[in-house]
Design a protein around this ligand. Structure first.
Ligand SMILES: C[S@@+](CC[C@H](N)C(=O)[O-])C[C@H]1O[C@@H](n2cnc3c(N)ncnc32)[C@H](O)[C@@H]1O
Length: 382
């Protein structure tokens, strides 16, 4: 059955005039949208009569777009097939996937995957900066985010930024909650892809879903950025004077990040911590396997638990379950880095989430952080 949407023009019953829907205030567009939601049969005239007036209608197929780390498309598609079965895979390039929807897709569409960096309503391709500026001129965006489809690739973003800014006047920069963001996803030698998302809880505030972290030169591993991104994304109240325990701590990127925040960190790892990490006065190293760790070796109070160990997630969680009676009374939350050994792991995320909750946490959320590779972060709160 074809579906119809008055996304071109709508007659406002009060004025009786045709108005471009995009020129109407949001509230009235939505009201009108509800008015035509009843048009569900094949015999809709064009323009159609509705209980709120007339609507110029057309058949529509809406699309969702999602960006992700290049090579993580299979994880994203697999998770969307589970969480949003009504969406059908449409198109994919490294770092970008689109899905077809039989229903209208709005910029507020809630993300269907922890692997998506930006998720929203797809507009489609733009062959060059002038075309992008033309297409974005009337979408009503408060912000424009121009970013590379592959964050590690080299691509000229400036020509797109300049053309769009001078033609539309839409400002760039961090989106504020509630703002409508036009996404311009650029790849060398290809058309850009355009989309729209509303920045709200969970939506991307920075271009491409980036999270700004300054990694100091002495950081011995990428885990410095990972824990800072987890703290920022999860808005974790990590404060000086608190105590953290990290299982799988060497060479000490995350330990260094927390120590620099004034947190006392206990790192458990058979491997060595880097000298710059061990030199921090508030760092303790227990150079043993997690299986050999005894409760008595731990301090009385632990606020944060980090788990970043090269063990299968089920094995790592089994070890943590043994420690939880000791940790639970004072623990505020935990950050798990779970290794993605194969794509079927994506199907196990709900069961792993249940397992984490069963450890004694009140909530858990998964997120593929900007610095994650073949792994996913789980943030649990007590
Ligand atoms: C990805 S690295 C951890 C990186 C670290 N979080 C950082 O910030 O630099 C994984 C670590 O798990 C450790 N590991 C693996 N099996 C372990 C076990 N059974 N007990 C303790 N540590 C283990 C490895 O020695 C390795 O250092």
């Amino acid at each position: 059955m074809p579906r119809y949407r008055a996304d071109l023009f709508a007659v406002v019953p009060s004025s009786g005039r045709f108005e471009a829907a995009r020129n109407l205030p949001d509230a009235r567009c939505q009201e009108f949208g509800q008015g035509i939601a009843a048009l569900g049969d094949d015999n809709v005239p064009y323009p159609a009569n509705t209980d709120r007036g007339f609507a110029m209608v057309r058949t529509v197929t809406d699309f969702v777009f999602a960006t992700c780390l290049p090579d993580m498309e299979p994880a994203l598609k697999r998770e969307v097939a589970r969480t949003r079965p009504e969406l059908r895979f449409a198109y994919s390039r490294p770092g970008l996937v689109t899905f077809k929807s039989d229903r209208a897709v709005t910029p507020e569409d809630v993300t269907g995957s922890a692997f998506a960096r930006v998720w929203g309503r797809s507009i489609g391709p733009a062959r060059d900066p002038a075309d992008a500026a033309h297409q974005l001129a009337y979408v009503g965006a408060n912000r424009v985010h121009v970013f590379a489809r592959d964050p590690e690739g080299v691509v000229d973003l400036e020509s797109w930024r300049e053309a769009i800014a001078s033609a539309t006047g839409i400002p760039a920069g961090s989106a504020l909650p509630g703002e409508l963001v036009a996404d311009v996803i650029v790849a060398p030698g290809e058309p850009a892809w355009l989309g729209l998302h509303r920045h709200g809880s969970g939506g991307a505030a920075e271009p491409g879903g980036a999270i700004a972290v300054e990694v100091p030169a002495e950081a011995p591993s990428r885990a410095y950025a990972k824990i800072e991104e987890a703290i920022a994304w999860g808005t974790l109240p990590v404060e000086a004077g608190q105590v953290a325990l990290e299982i799988g701590a060497a060479p000490g990127g995350a330990v260094l990040a927390l120590a620099r925040r004034g947190v006392t960190v206990w790192g458990v790892d058979t491997g060595d911590l880097a000298p710059a990490v061990l030199a921090q006065p508030n760092v303790h190293h227990l150079q043993i396997k997690v299986g050999a760790l005894r409760w008595e070796q731990l301090p009385a109070r632990i606020d944060w638990l980090l788990v970043d160990v090269n063990l299968a997630p089920q094995v790592a969680l089994h070890e943590i379950a043994r420690l939880m009676p000791k940790l639970r009374p004072t623990l505020r939350g935990a950050v798990f880095t779970l290794k993605l050994n194969d794509w079927s792991f994506v199907d196990e995320l709900p069961a792993l989430g249940d397992r984490i909750i069963a450890l004694g946490f009140a909530s858990v959320r998964f997120k593929h952080l900007p610095s994650n590779r073949r792994e996913v972060c789980a943030i649990a709160r007590s």
